[in-house]
Write a protein that binds this ligand. Structure first.
Ligand code: SF4
Length: 68
């Protein structure tokens, strides 16, 4: 599973880094980013909690399939 942050929507509130600091961090631009490539099974639940808890729904799952 891969997650990403849409920086256009992120407001830098820090909720995701609070819930799952193993996956999300606040970058130099003050916005959240995902710093792990692949989310491990152990972190999945927390990462999904963070995704669902994002107030602006800026976190999304990156699908493997390439859209045509
Ligand atoms: S919870 Fe959402 S809005 Fe807040 S820092 Fe994380 S990605 Fe940005």
């Amino acid at each position: 599973m891969k997650l990403n942050v849409n920086k256009d929507n992120c407001i830098g509130c820090g909720a995701c880094t609070g819930i799952c600091p193993e996956v999300f961090e606040i970058g130099d631009d003050g916005l959240a980013e995902v710093f792990v490539d692949e989310i491990s099974e152990e972190l999945k639940e927390d990462a999904i909690d963070a995704m669902e808890g994002c107030p602006t729904l800026a976190i999304y799952e990156e699908k493997e399939e390439i859209e045509k």
